[in-house]
Design a protein around this ligand. Structure first.
Ligand code: NDP
Length: 276
């Protein structure tokens, strides 16, 4: 019996939980899949994808840092969400020679927020960071009815470029100094889309703005609460979440594209959490 093959490409890749997540999804329906982690070739990433998809049983793959933009060049077609995000994290084999690039990070965040009963519709959201992760969540949040999305970033010009790219009056850029000097209406949700928590650092956001948020989210997930979430809790924010649910949510959307059904994310989240 032929087994469908999948993989995740990145560099580094050893730390990836994707094989475990996807194998666990498949077991929910007693299906067998082959899912490997593969170190991508820097500078020649298309060769990594050529090799993998030379096998007709290779049905799709995930792409992680730093290849999300390289992969976009390789596929034969892109979803509208992938065009907007400017990067892909999922490739779906359509037939022998056609491959669609998708992005599911934003859908993963939306799924996790809904899972936590956060109402995106009509909400005011602050995104800290202007890298690929921030860019990928803007359209999915707007599609769910977010009223306003404000972007703030250490490098202000990048926040402005990102807001301009969306060319939507509900997407704005600001800077940390301006935010601290204004007494703005509280945000419903503040999402840390920076990698600062990986090194235990805090973005420059004022305590006043952070403390008034209804919910605070950090895309990073670690074995303990991130520095950002700990800080928010100390300031009295009750509703905080790390990005583990986003990780499992984006994987669930990839799985759905490949295999045609949405797996249950809750047991997988619990399993991964216990292993962090
Ligand atoms: P990028 O490298 O594209 O962007 C990094 C962003 O972080 C930039 O805005 C950068 O600011 C900012 N930044 C980095 N260090 C600091 C710091 N010390 N203080 C303030 N800002 C900082 O990365 P991505 O956008 O792809 O990813 C960002 C994070 O999100 C990563 O940690 C990644 O692991 C996580 N992520 C989690 C996902 C999940 O499923 N949970 C999915 C996708 C990403 P500047 O422009 O000034 O350099």
């Amino acid at each position: 019996m032929q087994i469908d093959k999948y993989a995740v490409f990145g560099d580094p890749i050893e730390q990836s939980r994707s094989p475990l997540i996807h194998q666990t999804f498949a077991k929910q329906r007693n299906e067998r899949i082959d899912y490997q982690k593969i170190l991508g070739q820097k500078g020649n990433f298309s060769a990594s994808l050529d090799d993998f998809f030379a096998d007709p049983n290779a049905k799709g793959c995930n792409i992680t840092s730093p290849f999300k933009q390289d992969a976009l060049q390789w596929v034969t077609e892109l979803s509208p969400a992938a065009v907007d995000a400017g990067a892909i994290n999922t490739i779906i084999r359509l037939d022998e020679n056609r491959f669609r690039g998708e992005t599911t990070d934003g859908a993963g965040l939306v799924l996790d927020l809904k899972h936590q009963d956060f109402c995106i519709s009509n909400s005011r959201i602050l995104l800290i960071g202007a890298g690929g992760a921030a860019r990928g969540v803007i359209l999915p949040l707007l599609e769910q009815g977010a009223k306003q999305i404000t972007i703030v970033n250490r490098t202000k010009a990048k926040a402005e470029d990102l807001a301009n790219w969306f060319d939507n009056s509900n997407v704005l850029a600001t800077d940390f100094l301006q935010m601290a000097s204004e007494s703005s209406q509280p945000y419903d949700l503040i999402v840390n889309c920076t990698s600062a928590s990986l090194s235990g650092q805090l973005p420059d956001l004022s305590d006043d703005v952070l403390s008034k948020a209804s919910m605070v989210y950090d895309m990073v997930y670690l074995s303990a609460p991130t520095a950002f979430l700990e800080h928010a809790s100390r300031l009295g924010v009750v509703n905080t979440s790390d990005g583990l649910g986003m990780l499992v949510g984006q994987a669930a959307h990839s799985f759905n594209f490949w295999r045609g059904y949405m797996p249950d994310i809750e047991p997988v989240m619990q399993q991964i959490r216990s292993m962090l």
